[in-house]
Design a binder for this molecule. Sequence first.
Ligand code: SF4
Length: 321
Amino acid sequence: DHDVITVENLWVRYPLSRGLFGRVYLYAVNGVSFSVQPGETLGLIGESGSGKTTLGRAVLKLIEINEGKIFWGNIDVTKMKESKLRHLRRYFQLIQQDPYGALDPRMSVYEAVAEGLRVHKLVKSREEEEEIVYKALAQVKLTPPETFASKMPDELSGGQRQRVVIARALVLKPKFIVADEPISMLDASTRGQILEILDNARKENNLSILFITHDIAIASYISNRIMVLYSGKVVEMASSEEIIKNPMHPYTQALIEAIPRPDPNAKVPEPKIKGEVVPLLDKPKGCVFYNRCPFAMPICKEKEPELKEIKSGHYVACHLY
Ligand code: SF4
């Protein structure tokens, strides 16, 4: 069985402006490789500006990539035209942070969930459609489904809207979901339920998830493995347990030290680490974390550390190892 997603040496850069010496680019994703296995949740962590949202969208072919390869299953989709991708898209879904913007305010919950079934011609009759939609609403715990089906988005809370968004994705029987900060705009009281719904869907359908978050505590709760992104580079990757118990990269160590002490009602803050992410306007030369690293050495400025397997399944890009 092959991996659901394979990404090889992916680069994404954005044109910023035309400067004196030609175009200026922001290097957002810089040579990233990873794979996601069937039934696995891979956590992707980083601060704002780390390139994590760009990476999630690039994997789904929602933005242009500059270099590298993307495989959906064993299909190389890197250069595939949208017209050819269209019939594959239902298997590769995005769940975004903002459940308010994601739903058409003029569409009932029923219509929102049924829309994809119709577009992809997955149902033959109204009865079959109803059965699938109601089952999906029950799966995301919008019960009784008959009551929720006729509601409009403005009658729903943020958490309920996000459940509709998830139901809408799940009826298409996806193989892979990019969940980009899916709970960070929601109340603390509903966050756990949304995580549970996603995790149950993963188990029941052997679904693979790329779970993007700035919160390493949430990432470690939901993910099998965690990938830490800094300035568009993977600086560390390991099982969640290993990342929490034995963080090796100075940036990951700082992220873990910044985990707020348990207060279940507190809003999850962005981690506070000294210094700032410097936007990369060229390919990285030395270590991307150099200007903030308490252990920086002369070599770190000159030579880019490669991502190396230091222990079985534990990859780190740092000259300390
Ligand atoms: Fe710090 Fe050097 Fe390691 Fe980069 S390579 S994280 S600067 S010690």
